[in-house]
Design a binder for this molecule. Structure first.
Ligand SMILES: CC(C)(COP(=O)(O)OP(=O)(O)OC[C@H]1O[C@@H](n2cnc3c(N)ncnc32)[C@H](O)[C@@H]1OP(=O)(O)O)[C@@H](O)C(=O)NCCC(=O)NCCS
Length: 332
């Protein structure tokens, strides 16, 4: 744990689109079935943005407004907006810039972070550093994704996984002397695993063309079985590391909020550490994998449901494309 000014989460909010895509509906689109998806992933349904006229920024702004409201902060008071996304509104400008304009947060500097499913924790860690330095006070961090717009609905091994949504949190300096707030963050990257989960075309390496679109190269590709093994190992390592770094035992932890990658990944990581499963939040059944949005959506739900109360210690752990993995310990 560090002894500098603590950074508290002053308010959380989330937003998911209304439209639900069930496993049975997917079974009408590709060769799959509810039983296979449920057993292998824990997913029963996911939210999809469909034909809405906006993308990730629209979801992000809705979540951001809810977070500002929870923090009793007018968006015009924001100093910084950091948006974690791998499904940006446009390649240029950053999604955070659209959010800044939408919120009317005129004095906030706004930029994106691309760290896939670890993105929200990366964004929190970056925001925390600005607050600790004293240069910024009201920092909005967002995880927002429209993965279904990058999903190949002819590929049964990946299209069952993803959903859309956004979550946001307002970070502020803790009152002096307070032990509440972010106690620990740990961020990691292994770029040699970049081709395990990636979108081949649409960037500078392979710009979008009629050929790339015809070949489906603008869709997210993943080598699920290989990712699975790595995810279990890293989720287990992160949980252990967070507890060790803050000298916590399972009794001290109110809730673990993991990235919702696959319920089997989450359960086996907890199992290996003999960590009680009733303290591990799983909502993948309702939302699927929403990448950077999954942790803040889950945090918002847990807070509103009273599963997280003031004073509780919560561990966040995530793993994703990059490869990236990240953890955080927060005292609410
Ligand atoms: C994708 C994932 C659910 C697949 O589960 P799995 O148990 O590893 O399944 P496998 O890929 O080994 O496939 C097992 C069989 O099911 C089949 N299968 C794959 N998708 C299927 C589907 N949607 N419905 C029915 N059968 C399916 C495969 O073709 C394979 O058949 P075979 O044995 O005849 O070859 C799992 O690997 C996973 O969750 N990986 C991580 C996901 C990820 O990368 N997320 C993004 C980063 S966070």
């Amino acid at each position: 744990m560090n002894n500098q000014v603590r950074t508290v989460i002053a308010g959380i909010g989330s937003y998911v689109p209304d439209t639900i895509l069930t496993n049975d509906q997917l079974a009408g689109m590709v060769d799959t079935n509810d039983e296979w998806i449920t057993q292998r992933t824990g997913i029963k349904q996911r939210r999809v943005i469909g034909q809405a006229e906006y993308g990730s920024a629209g979801l992000a702004a809705r979540a951001a407004r809810a977070a500002c409201q929870a923090a009793k902060l007018d968006p015009s008071q924001l100093d910084m907006i950091i948006c974690a996304t791998i499904t940006p509104e446009t390649l240029c400008p950053a999604t955070a810039c659209y959010v800044q304009a939408d919120l009317g947060a005129a004095k906030a500097v706004a930029f994106d972070i691309s760290a896939a499913c670890s993105g929200f924790i990366y964004a929190m860690a970056v925001g925390e550093k600005f607050i600790q330095s004293g240069s910024h006070k009201n920092v909005l961090v967002i995880g927002a994704e429209t993965l279904t717009r990058f999903t190949d609905y002819t590929d049964r091994s990946s299209c069952i996984l993803f959903g859309d949504g956004a979550g946001a949190a307002v970070l502020q300096p803790a009152p002096s002397g307070s032990d509440r707030g972010i106690c620990y963050t740990t961020l990691h990257t292994d770029g040699t695993g970049g081709d395990l989960i990636y979108i081949p075309a649409g960037g500078s390496r392979l710009p979008a063309s009629a050929q790339t679109v015809a070949g489906g190269q603008h869709f997210l590709k993943l080598r699920g079985r290989e990712v699975y093994k790595f995810a279990v190992e890293k989720m287990q390592w992160l949980l252990e590391d967070c507890m060790r770094a803050c000298n916590l035992s399972p009794q001290d932890v109110a809730l673990v909020v993991p990235h919702q990658v696959n319920s089997r990944v989450i359960e086996s990581a907890a199992d290996k550490l003999k960590f009680p499963l009733d303290k591990v939040l799983v909502n993948i059944d309702r939302y699927g994998n929403t990448s950077s949005a999954s942790i803040p959506i889950a945090l918002d739900e847990a807070w509103r449901a009273g599963r997280i109360k003031p004073g509780d210690t919560v561990i966040l752990i995530a793993f994703g494309a990059g490869l990236t993995w990240a953890g955080a310990v927060v005292k609410f």
